[in-house]
Design a protein around this ligand. Structure first.
Ligand code: PGA
Length: 261
């Protein structure tokens, strides 16, 4: 059974006070859904907030905290970087890998992303591997080819999934207010699941959760939450607002895994 999930990527936003205030308001709002286990929530705040947010939530809270980035090496002279053991010891259980902003602004290529994925797997941090095509690639009919290349290069040589999730985020839909057509998002999620079935096993593909990301909002989430191969959403802009993210999480919980319930 794939538990639906709502993941919040805060990027480089909020102060510590605002992050703690979000926890204070968000948790009670989702109480019944979390208690019933009908939704999984992970928040990816700026790195310095991981530990204080974990403390504010309490050790037994079912809400997870993740890191937005990880360095490929185990440790060493890498000023400004964060290792797997650093983020894990601060309370992060999940990490975003291959986000399009890391790929496009910070020049991370598929080879670098593969190393980071390997690091997360070795350090036992659950990776959320982000894949997606840009507008030119979509318009030239190459979207699936690009996504397949991103998947294949990231997982090359890796034999375990480490509980990984895969986020399909078309680059042109991130932070732009333009959404993927639900039928296109479903087609790509199905393509990703088929790839996982071929690379790993059909059982692994059946249990792996796939997220859609790209301008998700309370107004459009129901279009995606009901799709059979989309279980979860990775939310950027709308996750900064407690009320909007609560509405999104509730809509996902209501739709159930892959929109099945
Ligand atoms: P967005 O961001 O919801 O603001 O489009 C999504 C993401 O970057 O993961």
């Amino acid at each position: 059974m794939r538990i639906p999930c709502a993941y919040a990527n805060w990027k480089m936003n909020k102060t510590l006070f605002e992050a703690l205030d979000f926890v204070y308001k968000f948790v009670p709002g989702l109480f019944s859904e979390i208690k019933e286990g009908s939704i999984g929530v992970t928040i990816f705040p700026p790195a310095p907030f991981i530990w204080p947010m974990r403390q504010e939530l309490g050790e037994s809270s079912p809400i997870f905290i993740g890191a937005q980035n990880i360095h490929a090496e185990k440790e060493g002279a890498f000023t400004g970087e964060l290792s797997g053991s650093i983020i894990r010891s601060a309370g992060a259980t999940h990490v975003l890998i291959g986000h399009s902003e890391r790929r496009n602004i910070f020049g991370e290529d598929n080879a670098m992303i593969a190393k980071k994925l390997g690091r997360a797997l070795r350090d036992r941090i659950i990776p959320i591997l982000c894949v997606g095509e840009n507008l030119r690639e979509r318009e030239s009919g190459k979207a699936k080819e690009i996504v397949e290349e991103q998947l294949a290069m990231a997982w090359e040589g890796q034999e375990v999934t480490g509980g990984a999730l895969i986020a399909y985020e078309p680059v042109w839909a991130i932070g732009t207010g333009k959404n993927a057509e639900p039928k296109d998002a479903q087609a790509m999620a199905e393509f990703v699941r088929d790839w996982v079935a071929r690379y790993f096993t059909p059982e692994t593909a059946g249990t792996m959760r796939i997220l859609y990301g790209g301008s998700v909002s309370p107004e459009n989430i129901s279009n995606y939450a009901k799709l059979p191969d989309i279980d979860c959403a990775l939310v950027g802009g709308a996750s900064l607002d407690t009320k909007a993210f609560l509405e999104i999480a509730k809509a996902i919980a209501k739709a159930g895994p892959g929109g099945a319930v």
